[in-house]
Design a protein around this ligand. Sequence first.
Ligand code: GSH
Length: 212
Amino acid sequence: MLKLFYSPGACSLVTHIALHEAEAEHGAVRIDFAAGEQRTPDYLAVNPHGRVPALVTDEGTITENLAILGYLADRFGAPGSVPRGDAFKTAKAMQMLSWLSGTVHATAFAALFRPARFTADESFHQGIKDGAHAALTSHFVELDDLCGDGWLAGDEYTAADSYAAVFYRWARAAKFDLTLYPRWTGLVSRVVERPAVVRAIAHEGLKIEQFA
Ligand SMILES: N[C@@H](CCC(=O)N[C@@H](CS)C(=O)NCC(=O)O)C(=O)O
């Protein structure tokens, strides 16, 4: 059986949602960041990078959200991961996911929440956070522009939409003014109406109101 290692509300929620969308039988193991469980020898044996998500399969362990989403798409072909069967649709979903994961998450959010990843010199941390705040503000304007009445990557619901919902909760926690982004807000309300999303959020002990 598949086993997902996750931390509540972290980017692993994107893969957790995709597992629920696929109705894939799976177990879920919570990693408590506050207790430093991501850095224990037991967890580093699962993911040497000390990050979530990690998905344990019968064939071995897969790390990195985008790799796990591709695996779920190939195995289950359900909405909520990456579209399959149309090369252009796949590429557009991957384009969006790569931007969300590689730029918005790995540079801007990481700099805001984890400036120590960029320098150990604490005297630079506030400057890094200020730069991250400005970068995120510009990313959010772009994200809002990309949101229409449907989904982010073409006409199908994909993991890009659930990633955008995860970011929305982070942005709220970081006290960004979300009223500036009505189209993004609308997208997130459509995402959190989905039964699979409701189940994944409840499983992680989170509340829908944190996303709306
Ligand atoms: N590139 C990785 C990033 C994973 C990542 O950064 N996960 C964060 C949670 S959103 C994490 O595990 N952080 C642990 C830490 O900062 O100690 C992916 O897309 O899976």
